[in-house]
Every structure is written in C-alpha cells, then in structure tokens.
Design a protein around this ligand. Structure first.
Ligand SMILES: Cc1ncc(COP(=O)(O)O)c(C=O)c1O
Length: 383
C-alpha cells in the first residue's frame, strides 16, 4: 500500500471528465493568459469569501509581495511574521526591502502568538531601528489565526493586518471565511494547497478598492488604463486561463465534499489516535480546511522514528517545518529576533503531518490509525 500525503492523482481521476473538458476548450479558445475564466474565477471567489475584490496572480509569494509593495512597505519598515511557517511569508517581506521581525507561535494552534507579538512590537518600537508597519498572520495547516485579537491589536497600534491564507482557503472563524480577514488577504494555488491548480497560482483578496486597483496594475507590468501604458514598475504575475478553468472545477469539489471529508478524517484521527499524541485542537468557532493534519510527539526521537516506520509501511508523512525561520541560513545572520522563539523550535522538533486528504478510503484511514498506534506502542515498550 502506498498512501500519499495529498493524492493529486486520485483527485484528478475523480474530476477527470470535467477537467479534461475544460482543458480542451481552452486549447481551442487560445486566450491563454488572463482570459474570461480568470474573471469568472475571481468573481466566484469574491462571492464565496464575501469580499469586494479578488485579484488573481502568478503565485502566493507574489500576492504577498504585491500587497506589501502597494502599501508602500520597504526599507526601514518592520513586518511581524510568525517564526513557524513556510519561508515565503518572510521572504516576501525581505523582497520589498523591509525587515521581518520573527514572532513566536502557539503550541496548540501553530499560529502566531498574540502575547509574543505584543512583546515583539514593544521591543521593536523601543529599539527604534525599524518602524512597525504590518503584521502578517498565517493560517497554518488550514486553521485561521486568532483574528479576534489580531484585529484589535492591529487597529489599536495602527498596523496593517495581512492574512497569509496560502494554506487557509476553506477555513472559517465565526462563520467568516478564511482569506477575508485583515486589510488584505492572500492565497496560493500551489497544487498541494486546499484549492490548488496544476502549476503556480495565487490571489489577493480585499475590500479596499484602491488596493485592488494597484494590485491589478502591479500584476501586469504596472499597467495604467491600457496594457501598453505603464505607469509604475510592476511584475509579470498573471494567472493562466487554463489554471483558472482547473480551479473552477476544483473549487466546486472543495466546497461540495473535499472539506467535509478531510474534517471527518481529522475527527476520526482525533478520536482514535493514541492519547500520547498531541492532536490538532480546533477551538469553538474555528473551522480548519485541514491543508495538513499535523500531530505533535513528545520528542524528536519519537517523531523521527514514527516518520521512518510509517514510510516503511507505505505511509507518507512530512515534517512541516523542520527549520524555524529565524534559524534558516538566509536569516541566521540578521539580528531581528527581539523575542524568544521557543515554541517554534519545539514544533520544528516534534511535529509531523500525516495523510488526511479527502481521497483516502475508509480502509486506508483505519490502516493509518492502526499503524501509528502500533508504532507508538512499540516505541514506548522499548524505552
Ligand atoms: C504559508 C505560505 N505562505 C506563502 C506561500 C507561497 O505560495 P506560493 O508557493 O504559491 O508562492 C506558501 C506556499 O507554500 C505558504 O504555505
């Protein structure tokens, strides 16, 4: 048996008829970049999220970069980012010339810690080397960040709040959709994301008319009223029409059954996996898209043992993320860590994502549960 962390092949087989039809229509239509389906997708996403504007682009990293650029964030500015996330969250900050300030995360949600953020803000302000401008909150593994407290804090301190919803699409907080929080939100359509295409893609979501106009200009070489009028230096960051067509098919599947199925599997894991495993906790009011189902083990030795043993049984698992951002070589030399980042380090040593995708069979789910529990039993009986 071979069980993938996310099985895009099975998803394709299920959606094949519709996807193939869309691809073949596109081959005949030949409006390969920013064709009509891109507009249709953007409208559909705006309706779903209840936001005024969805502006698609080439990937989730560009989406973050363009929002920061549009807000005029650059050299001398501080942007607070969680230390435990994919590299692109901080990279986008560096790409616009600003300084990422790493903030610790909560052990139980994996998301940015409000108390650590407050401390990081106070220290940064006191040092006076860079000026606090933006907080980027990440909806890690599909769980929305604590937007109740983040929104209050950012309003009070007059900071912009940017939701990095690359993994968050499909999640909810108090029935408000992930990717609709903050002054702007972004997502990624990278293939393995909850809503993924067959290549790179991304989007910016906002209710701010001016910001949306600016992003539309930035994504197309700084265009003005016309494609060949260029009023600022921008990017080549458009979404391919073929990807929009694929996303329209996958969006329906995500809403109709994929989210429900992943949540059902997650509930079953929470109930049946050995109690010595720390399972993802979803607080009342939150809904996760379960981009990943990520468990925590007592230490790195057990985590690594479990990963190796699962692999020998044909079950893929992955460590997201093995290196906290502040320990990455690219940031090691920079002195931008005003606060302790202990939870982030702890998570990088103890977490493991296991398959919980919507195309797992009941048999496979049971096999994963049985395998994980047996491996744990064996580990504990030996130690
Ligand atoms: C949290 C987070 N932010 C940003 C990105 C960047 O998205 P992309 O790969 O589409 O540039 C990713 C993608 O993995 C991500 O997980």
């Amino acid at each position: 048996m071979q069980i993938q962390l996310r099985d895009l092949k099975r998803q394709y087989i299920k959606l094949k008829r519709k996807i193939n039809r869309e691809i073949s229509i596109q081959m005949m239509n030949t409006d390969f970049i920013m064709g009509k389906p891109v507009e249709i997708l953007e409208t559909k996403l705006s309706d779903f999220l209840s936001v005024n504007h969805s502006v698609s682009c080439a990937n989730g990293t560009d989406a973050l970069v363009m929002v920061l650029r549009a807000w005029g964030v650059g050299a001398g500015d501080a942007v607070f980012v969680p230390d435990f996330t994919f590299f692109a969250t901080a990279e986008a900050v560096s790409l616009v010339g600003a300084t990422p300030i790493f903030v610790d995360v909560e052990l139980d949600t994996f998301n940015i810690s409000i108390s650590s953020l407050k401390l990081a803000y106070d220290i940064t302000l006191k040092k006076g080397l860079v000026i606090p401008k933006v907080v980027i909150a990440v909806d890690l593994f599909g769980l929305p960040a604590d937007y109740d407290n983040l929104t209050d804090f950012c309003r009070y301190k007059r900071l912009k709040l940017l939701e990095d919803g690359a993994q968050g699409f499909g999640g909810e907080l108090h029935s408000k959709k992930a990717c609709s929080f903050g002054d702007a939100a972004t997502t990624s359509f990278f293939p393995a994301k909850p809503l993924g295409c067959y290549g790179d893609g991304g989007a910016v979501f906002t209710n701010d008319d001016k910001l949306a106009e600016l992003i539309k200009s930035l994504r197309a070489h700084g265009m003005g009223s016309d494609r060949y009028e260029n009023i600022r230096i921008g990017y080549n960051s458009r979404l391919d029409t073929i990807q929009a067509r694929i996303l329209l098919v996958k969006f329906d599947a995500l809403i109709k059954f994929e989210l429900k199925k992943s949540n059902l599997i997650a509930s079953k894991y929470n109930e049946k996996l050995d109690d010595r495993i720390i399972k993802p906790s979803i607080s009342p009011g939150y809904y996760s898209s379960f981009a990943q189902y990520t468990i925590r083990l007592s230490d790195s030795k057990l985590r690594d043992y479990l990963k190796t043993e699962l692999s020998s049984l044909g079950i893929q698992s992955q460590i997201y993320y093995p290196i906290p951002l502040h320990m990455q070589a690219a940031y090691k030399e920079s002195d931008t860590n005003p606060v302790p980042l202990l939870n982030s380090i702890e998570l990088s040593n103890t977490c493991l994502s296991i398959p919980a995708h919507p195309y797992l069979t009941k048999l496979e789910v049971d096999y994963i549960i049985k395998s994980v529990n047996r491996i744990l039993e064996r580990f504990y009986s030996k130690t």
